[in-house]
Write a protein that binds this ligand. Structure first.
Ligand code: SAM
Ligand code: GLN
Length: 285
């Protein structure tokens, strides 16, 4: 039987992924082989001629098959980097997106004193955990309607040694925080589901067929959760407190209208992502 080397496996898999229509074929091949061999990509490059045997070979084959069926790489490697931290992810949570780092960086840049933060829809915990790691004196509460997501977020808080500084709660929007001692927050932040069910076919297969529906969709227009967050937030913010939300590329006008027509808000700014697309709303009460 043929003995496969690292470079032969990478080249074969790259061609196979290309023929399956996967755009990042070579990168994906390298990431999966790195994962199976428990080596980083530099180590793979230094060991191109190393043979790969069973059981690594069969583990790699299983992952190749899943990837060719469009399972995202991060679910196959159970890991995703966000704010330079490595997060555990699986099918229970949305894979954190690079643009969401702007939400975290904006809060870190504007907030100079210890504060109370409420994150709604924490998913993997990427936002709450990276805030807690960067600002150990802040008090953070993070909620999610998905109990399974709360379990993943708690796991990530443990991984990054900040579990004592984040309270994780399970429930619909503000419902789980009503009973808490902390009644008012300096910040309420969220990357809510914001895709309209009518736009389902615009999603790439990797996202549409694998990420949790509850993390992606919010009614026909995608605005159902955003609308509720804008309406309910003022009651939970301290004077001059801020609401920051990630929104879809085509929602900025409607979201500004929702904020501006609510007399509780005094200011509303739009923040673009790195491609210049209106991606966040920052509203002050
Ligand atoms: N914060 C994570 C991030 O940025 O990677 C996950 C964001 S994901 C787009 C949205 C999250 O909101 C999901 O984890 C989903 O379960 C949660 N969610 C959806 N509807 C919710 C609701 N009504 N109340 C609380 N959380 C909700
Ligand atoms: N930005 C994600 C996507 O385009 C969706 C995340 C969300 O709905 N908040 O797939």
């Amino acid at each position: 039987m043929k003995t496969w080397t690292v470079i032969e496996l990478i080249e074969w898999t790259t061609k196979f992924f290309e023929s399956s229509g996967i755009l990042s074929a070579r990168l994906d091949a390298e990431l999966l082989l790195s994962h199976v061999l428990k080596k980083d990509r530099l180590q793979l490059y230094l060991g191109f001629d190393m043979p790969v045997f069973h059981p690594n070979l069969s583990a790699f084959r299983t992952l190749i098959k899943k990837r060719s069926n469009r399972v995202p790489i991060s679910y196959l490697t159970n890991s995703r980097e966000f704010m330079s931290l490595s997060f555990y992810v699986d099918e229970r949570v949305l894979i954190p997106r690079p643009e969401t780092e702007i939400l975290v960086e904006t809060v870190l840049g504007l907030q100079k004193t210890p504060c109370h933060i409420l994150e709604i829809g924490t998913g993997s915990g990427a936002i709450a955990v990276s805030l807690a790691v960067n600002q150990p004196t802040w008090k953070i509460i993070a909620t999610d309607i998905s109990k399974a997501a709360v379990d993943v977020a708690l796991h990530n808080a443990k991984l990054h040694q900040c579990k004592e500084r984040i309270t994780f709660l399970n429930g619909d929007l503000f419902e789980p925080v009503i009973e808490l001692d902390v009644l008012k927050y300096d910040w309420i932040i969220s990357n809510p589901p914001y895709i309209g069910t009518t736009d389902i076919n615009e999603l790439v297969t990797d996202v549409r067929d694998n990420e949790p529906e509850v993390a992606l969709f919010a009614g026909c227009s995608g605005l159902d959760i955003i609308q509720r967050l804008i309406a309910d937030t003022p009651e939970f913010l301290k004077p001059e407190g801020k609401l920051m939300l990630e929104i879809s590329h085509n929602q900025s006008q409607q979201v500004q209208d929702l904020v501006n027509s609510n007399p509780a808000y005094t200011a509303c700014n739009i923040i673009p992502d790195l491609s210049g697309i209106d991606r966040f709303i920052l509203a002050t009460v």
